[in-house]
Ligand binder design. Structure first.
Ligand SMILES: [Zn+2]
Length: 453
């Protein structure tokens, strides 16, 4: 039977009114939310009934900047500035990936993301063997935009690049093979790495290629680090966003990770072109990159969503960490009222969906949306008290504070992708964690041996 009824303590819908429903049930049929109504409306229900009197139901998190290929390197690239981090660690590591090590990395990353309640990602793949990433995305059931990380120039680490023609040809082939695959759950995210690793021809031709793949996105890094910005200025005579605009890259299907060092003209350009910003606060702090002026971007009406970036610059992949830091990182600069918990929770859910143009399918708990859902147990002695609103007046928005400031993946009890449990009462139904950990260790050991030889 493909029919079930979830009866949680409360439902954080993230709909346009931010309704929080108690005494309600969510009916799921064939992976889609069919009905949300008071429990009494489901008398004599003929499907499976699942009762969670202590749990809070939320939409799955959407992270719009991830590098699954880097999960293997977590903890092996610390305390470095961006360009050194790339040159000394990440480029040699990624360049040495075999199909097996890439697969081990992707599994480790997907396991971490899904068990932490993330159900949709925008992933920047790696230069070679991108089909492995698509195979593992498909096997996991994760909703994803993904694409190979394109690089046709690399002054920092010259062996980690391929020709312009190779990049364009292989990208087109991977897009043809995987765009709109796995019942439409996987879409292509064209991913030239950043200005410093891409020729103008590569960027322009990639953008042009997108017309053959409707609903795909263009995903790159921009304005992350001062030295990067200076180098881009030296190479192109322009700021990142100014350069992207001059070659026709920017529109509502463009997602730029970071956007920390922007001038006023660039901010205006992003707004005018409706380009999206993926904010990665953990990464920005750990790499000492700076603080993106997210309150200003939001005030200006620019689309902002959240991403953990790669595991080696975080060092986790948890949406909870990104939400907490997205709030905290702004407060010393803008004061304590900046980035309230409701605003931040929306960035991690519905705003991520809007960034990718999939807000009709996911990002909130509403009828006809996909049942990508997470059950949280917030009844913990070390976290905010969950009081009964009916017996004492409390701030309804307290739930967002509990989730954003205090919760972590430890609160995640169950995760559903398209209405199917992939984590159930803390049991991981997708991966054998001992096995993927052992495989990852073996593969990374081999990779390090290759680099050292
Ligand atoms: Zn990144």
């Amino acid at each position: 039977m493909f029919k079930k009824l979830l009866i949680p303590k409360q439902i954080v819908t993230v709909n346009s009114k931010n309704d929080i429903l108690t005494g309600h049930a969510v009916e799921i049929e064939n992976g889609v939310i069919k009905k949300i109504a008071p429990v009494k409306d489901f008398e004599n229900y003929d499907g499976e009934i699942l009762r969670y009197p202590d749990y809070t139901l939320i939409p799955g998190f959407i992270q719009t900047h991830i590098h699954l290929c880097q999960t293997l390197f977590r903890g092996f690239a610390d305390d470095l500035e961006l360009l050194d981090w790339l040159q000394k660690r990440i480029f040699p590591f990624e360049n040495s990936h075999t199909k097996n090590s890439l697969r081990a990395s992707v599994k480790l990353g997907l396991n971490d993301l899904i068990s932490g309640g993330t159900t949709t990602i925008l992933d920047m793949g790696t230069l070679r063997n991108q089909e492995i990433i698509f195979e593992e995305l498909t096997a996991s059931g994760m909703r994803a935009f993904a694409g190979n990380c394109m690089m046709d120039q690399n002054e920092l680490y010259p062996s980690f690049r391929e020709s312009t023609e190779w990049n364009l040809k292989s990208t087109y082939e991977w897009a043809k093979a995987f765009h709109d695959s796995n019942n439409g759950k996987i879409k292509f995210g064209f991913a030239p790495r950043f200005v410093l690793s891409c020729s103008e021809k590569l960027l322009r031709d990639t953008k042009a290629m997108m017309k053959d793949f409707p609903d795909s996105v263009f995903h790159t890094h921009s304005s992350e680090n001062k030295l990067e910005v200076e180098t881009v200025r030296r190479m192109t005579g322009k700021e990142n966003v100014e350069y992207f605009d001059s070659i026709g890259i920017l529109d509502s299907h463009t997602v730029l990770a970071h956007c920390i060092h922007l001038n006023d003209t660039e901010v205006k350009t992003l707004k005018k072109k409706s380009a999206r910003i993926s904010h990665c606060p953990s990464s920005n702090m750990k790499l000492g990159s700076g603080v993106a002026d997210i309150p200003k971007y939001l005030k200006d009406g620019i689309s902002v969503s959240l991403g953990a970036d790669g595991a080696p610059c975080n060092n986790g992949l948890s949406a909870f960490n990104e939400m907490r830091l997205a709030a905290l990182i702004q407060k010393p600069v803008h004061g304590p009222t900046a980035m309230d918990s409701l605003t931040v929770f929306r960035l991690a859910t519905i705003e991520g969906a809007k960034a990718l143009h999939i807000e009709k399918a996911v990002g909130s708990i509403e009828i006809d949306k996909k049942a990508d859902l997470v059950l949280l147990d917030l009844e913990r002695a070390d976290q905010p008290l969950q009081l009964d609103n009916s017996s004492v007046p409390t701030d309804e928005n307290q739930i967002y504070s509990s989730i954003v400031y205090s919760a972590s993946k430890e609160n995640v009890k169950s995760v559903l992708l398209d209405g199917n449990f992939v984590v159930n009462e803390g049991n991981n139904l997708l991966y054998d964690e001992k096995k993927i950990l052992a495989d990852a260790k073996k593969e990374f050991t081999q990779l390090l041996k290759t680099i050292n030889n």
